[in-house]
Design a protein around this ligand. Structure first.
Ligand code: URA
Length: 236
């Protein structure tokens, strides 16, 4: 890979800015100062450093965000801020995208990556990746709802969902629940509750497969996945 491409990809600026770094003798390859931006390097085998700091080449980026309400799960939108707009330029540089969608008003776990294979594996309906949600419900959630969801319910468009696991945390005029679904149909959690005559008033995703929301993340914050989290996702 060309040296200027490697450095630009790793967030050291545009190719023009990288040229300036090279001119400043800030870049070394295996300890030797290099000024030629077109030089070919193998970042896995050679030690490329900028101002003495080794450049670690990564192809894929994996970020967990605690999605805030009011932001769209898309790479661009004409009217609203997107989750990608919340990322810093270094992360944006990898051209990541959200893995699946959360509604504009939904909060919680959103994986953002540029790894298309991983995204495909997590989203494929054949893989039945379980997703847990926490919700507040306008209405009394009952054991009959647990049983209905366990059988799968029929949505407004006639689709019969796969079984969902419903846990009641608080049952009252405003109930609190956790629900596991294995699919990702449009507005699925909200529509499942509609099918039993109840309304979701607050929705937050807690997990996706083995990946759990880091509750330390404030709304709108994000962090790269740990090695353990990434391994658990890739090994699925
Ligand atoms: N189900 C919904 O209704 N909305 C979401 O954002 C996610 C799942």
């Amino acid at each position: 890979m060309r040296l200027d491409k490697l450095l630009a990809n790793m967030g050291y600026g545009s190719r023009k800015e990288v040229k300036v770094l090279l001119k400043q003798k800030a870049v070394t390859v295996d300890g030797e100062v290099v000024k030629d931006s077109a030089m070919h390097v193998d970042p896995e085998k050679q030690n490329v450093s900028v101002f003495g700091e080794r450049v670690e080449y990564i192809e894929f980026i994996y970020v967990m965000m605690n999605k805030p309400p009011g932001v769209i799960s898309a790479t661009e939108d004409r009217y609203d801020q997107t989750v990608i707009d919340l990322l810093d330029p270094y992360v944006q540089h990898f051209q990541p995208f959200p893995v699946g969608r959360l509604d504009k008003d939904t909060e919680g776990l959103l994986l953002i990556t540029n790894d298309g294979n991983l995204a495909h594996n997590l989203l494929s309906p054949k893989k039945h990746v379980p997703k847990w949600y926490y919700a507040k419900i306008d209405g009394v959630v009952t054991v009959a709802d647990i049983e209905a969801f366990a059988q799968g319910v029929t949505l407004d468009d006639g689709y019969h969902t796969k079984p969902g696991e419903l846990k009641i945390i608080v049952s009252g005029e405003e109930s609190e629940i956790e629900l596991m679904i294995q699919e990702g149909k449009f507005h699925q959690v909200k529509r499942m509750f509609e099918s039993v005559g109840k309304t979701v008033t607050y929705l937050k995703r807690l997990s996706m497969g083995p990946l759990e929301l880091d509750e330390e993340l404030a709304l709108g914050d994000y962090r790269e996945l740990t090695k353990e989290e990434l391994t658990s996702l890739l090994e699925r």
